[in-house]
Design a protein around this ligand. Structure first.
Ligand code: TNX
Length: 546
């Protein structure tokens, strides 16, 4: 559904619109009661009294939304009514948790019919066209109803509802009301099945609590995949029972020489379960055959020389490789991937495959061939960085494009034979690139990435020979050579991650940089309420108080 950006009047300024022969005064009330994402373009002209005052607030932009002029106000006695399924109940509990913290209301959650003034969450009643992840959200003066075909859709609908409430709803402490939601109907579903983020926990280690915090942030923007880069030259971050030194020794440092760390398998399962509660699937990556110094340092027998190198705490890439001719190499990856697959409910295992410049082209092709077979034998599907197309990808192998240009011959050739692509062009999606020259954190090798650069490309028509139907989705990777704390993660992630998430979710027909600046700006007060220290891009007008 196409939308046109509408001018926003100064807050509180009355908007005078001529409708037919009558003069209609749409006062400040419209800003509160008729505000609705995308409503202007969805309303026929004759009823578009709110058009000039419409403020887009939703990120990602929905497929369609139509205002009805009503306002719902969450009352102190209001509850959440879900249908009887445990999934709907759990989503009700999630929503209630957010609402209780900021409203101070009791917000009881119950299974059964929705009473007057309540919020209803139902796994029925949505059109089939919204699919597994879409939803229908209907708001009237007397209630809010979120309907979906599957729990993931219900969860995404709840995120939309939260964005339609005042930003202070995201606060962890009790705030003043009123808790209003503008009336109308949102019908929404994603453009791509895969909307991802990646966190590099190898260059610097991040605790389970830090990863959970990231998961909570990603969920707000309907991201449904979290790729964890679990191993690299500087650290091995997941306990493997059959090769215990990997984590115990190889996990014991980080870029700059810090103590590092690793996840026990129980820790990792806790992350998987937490992500699942936010309808996010974990994609674990063990980077092979390069980026393996931490493994090579942990086991001498994995080295062609038979000698373990020292652990590495610098930031160079491309110097390490597993020993392709050695048989133990394949025992090793079989056991590592076997344990990882057992911890992974998702379909994909990421085998890296990037920057293997210490591996010959022939060895690389041999190695990737074996690695693909091993992943398949453990019942999983391979994702690899796009260099895997230099080998012979299996039909199911997904290539993740990370180059900084708009063409890659080997990738285009693979796509012509059916390979699907995950889009992470470094000069658009890399959250570790600096925003401007003055950004303290981050790198510049792929360029500077401010909001307009992150938002200004079409994943379905970006790479030569890679059309929309070959694109599985988008992912925004955060490499952590320069990233140490959650505050660092926050600063590089916001506001760019929501831009990439929108490219993954919203129909291309909604793409409009002016409207996006406005909707993204509306997120600022939410991040402030959540304690997220974001980059105040000068390309966006941030509302006062954010
Ligand atoms: C390239 S992108 C890498 C990573 C670095 C990153 C830094 C890719 C597949 N490899 O090893 O961390 O650049 O921006």
């Amino acid at each position: 559904m196409s939308r046109t950006p509408s001018p926003t009047p100064a807050p509180g300024s009355p908007t005078v619109r001529r409708r037919g022969p009558r003069l209609v005064l749409v006062a400040a009330l419209t800003a509160a009661s008729l505000v609705w994402a995308g409503a202007a373009s969805a309303l026929p002209d004759t009823t578009a009294t709110a058009a000039a005052a419409t403020t887009d607030v939703l990120v990602p932009a929905p497929v369609s939304s139509v205002a009805n002029g009503a306002t719902y106000t969450l009352a102190s006695a209001a509850g959440i009514a879900t249908d009887a399924s445990p999934e709907a109940g759990a989503i009700g509990d999630y929503l209630a948790g957010v609402l209780r913290a900021s409203t101070g209301f009791a917000v009881p959650v119950s299974a059964g019919a929705a009473g007057n003034g309540s919020i209803a969450l139902q796994l029925s009643g949505a059109p089939g066209s919204v699919g597994d992840e879409g939803y229908l959200l209907t708001t009237t003066a007397t209630g809010v109803v979120v309907q979906a075909n599957r729990p993931a859709g219900l969860f995404h609908g709840v995120q939309t509802l939260l964005q339609l409430l005042p930003p202070r709803v995201m606060s962890g402490t009790v705030q003043p009301g009123p808790w209003t939601v503008p009336g109308g109907t949102v019908t929404d579903y994603p453009r791509f099945t895969h909307r991802g983020a990646m966190l590099d926990v190898a260059r610097h280690f991040f605790t389970v609590a830090q990863v959970k915090r990231y998961i909570d942030q990603l969920a707000l923007y309907k991201v449904n995949q979290l790729h964890l880069h679990l191993s690299d030259d500087q650290g091995w971050r997941i306990a493997i029972n059959s090769w215990p030194n990997l984590a115990a020794y190889g996990g014991g440092t980080a870029v700059g020489g810090g103590p590092g760390g690793y996840y026990t398998q129980a820790d990792y399962s806790a992350i998987v379960a937490y992500a699942a509660s936010r309808y996010i699937t974990l994609i674990p990556e063990i980077d092979l055959p390069g980026h393996t110094n931490a493994a090579l340092a942990s086991y001498a027998e994995l080295n062609c020389s038979g000698v373990a190198p020292p652990r590495y705490t610098g930031t160079n890439v491309g110097f390490s490789s597993l020993c392709v001719p050695l048989e133990v190499t394949y025992t090793f990856i079989d056991q590592v991937i076997g344990e990882l697959a057992a911890l992974t409910p998702g379909q994909y295992i990421h085998i890296g495959g990037d920057e293997a410049s210490s591996t010959t082209a022939a060895d690389y092709a041999t190695f990737i061939g074996w690695a693909q077979q091993i992943v398949a034998a453990h019942g999983k599907t391979v994702i690899g960085w796009h260099e895997v197309t230099h080998a012979t990808p299996l039909p199911t192998t997904v290539a993740q494009y990370w180059g900084p240009t708009t063409s890659d011959a080997a990738l285009a050739a693979a796509v012509a034979k059916g390979t699907k692509v995950l889009m992470s062009p470094a000069n658009k999606t890399y959250l570790d690139m600096k925003y401007t020259r003055r950004t303290k954190l981050g790198q510049t090798w792929a360029g500077l990435i401010d909001v307009d650069t992150a938002y200004g490309w079409n994943p379905g028509a970006y790479l030569a020979g890679v059309g929309e139907s070959s694109v599985l989705g988008v992912e925004a990777p955060l490499w952590t050579e320069t990233v140490v704390t959650s505050a660092d993660i926050d600063y590089l992630t916001f506001p760019r991650l929501p831009a990439i998430a929108e490219l993954g979710w919203s129909p291309w027909s909604t793409h409009n940089v002016t409207a996006f600046h406005q909707r993204l700006g509306a997120q600022g007060p939410r991040w402030k309420a959540m304690g997220i220290g974001y980059y105040r891009s000068t390309q966006v007008t941030w509302p006062t108080g954010s």
